[in-house]
Design a protein around this ligand. Sequence first.
Ligand code: ATP
Ligand code: FE
Length: 356
Amino acid sequence: LTILGLESSCDDTAAAVVRQAEGARPEVLSSIVFGQTELHSAFGGVVPEIAARAHAEKLDICVRDALAEAGLTLKDMNAVAVTAGPGLIGGVMSGVMCAKGIAASTGLPLIGVNHLAGHALTPRLTNGIAYPYLMLLVSGGHCQYLLVRGPEDFSRLGGTIDDAPGEAFDKTARLLGLPQPGGPSVQAEAEQGDPKRFRFPRPLLDRPDCNLSFSGLKTALMRMRDQIVAEKGGLTRQDRADLCAGFQAAVVDTLAEKTRRAIRLYLAEQPGQPTVAAAGGVAANTAIRAALETVCAEAGAAFTAPPLRLCTDNAAMIAYAGLERFKAGARDGLDLTARPRWPLDQSSPALIGSGR
Ligand code: ATP
Ligand code: FE
């Protein structure tokens, strides 16, 4: 099976081709990503209208490049998969319209994919892990622990009750005048800093569940920053690095402890040796990955995380999630709609804090 995937739910326009031969591991034949960071940099965040226009302009070029890099044409595809939500609605609509155009003109089956399912299934694409597994999905808009039993079978064990960690990294960067996206720049600063100089809160650790909260970190950061500015008139390079290090240590500690608890909750449902996987943009953070590895080793769990470029937004994960849905017999019609919100765990629609 060969699937073309499209992704345009946030600020990356992407197309990819993924192939899986009978009985073989899936392969990424091409993965094209056009980032929009420069378009939004003057605004300190993603501007939905600018994003939607840029997606509409770039999608067909992405598709052309993805097919060319794979050395294939639309005739070689078995289906076209597209992110149908959740995300910025204008961008999601651009992708869905483009995929419908391809499906209508070629007769290829159309498969709508949940962006979060794309992130959550990526460790199967990259590391070949089997169901069931415990997924920590940590991204720009989401943070949740999921029990993954199949391509459409997700149970949420817990997650953030307010901000996502990616959002917290981005806000931290903004407050300290560092470039966006904040994750990589805060990580780079943190590597030069002393994590002990500033003590950030570790919220919700007094509760036994695996829910998290990140909104208090930015308030703490703002207070610390303002105090240094009031005392010394400005921030030095070292102040900035120490603030980043303190902030990142709080995120790392919280995720580590909540992962311990999530493993316990997971084992209550799925006894045996657990596999734990992390995905989403924040899973690209090396300190977070290292902490999760340690926690899993202590708990006797296997840990995997996709390579960095497949952690952040891409279309290979959408093509692959589409491939799994296609194999399960799923097909969408030309009436497929773009959804701004689309919780993975459909059984509990009253999800709190699932981000967007
Ligand atoms: P979602 O998938 O929830 O809709 P999104 O698609 O915007 O949100 P991703 O592309 O998965 O999110 O991840 C982007 C986020 O990951 C950004 O907030 C970015 O700052 C963060 N990020 C990227 N690299 C790192 C890193 N090394 N450390 C921490 N955060 C990172
Ligand atoms: Fe994403």
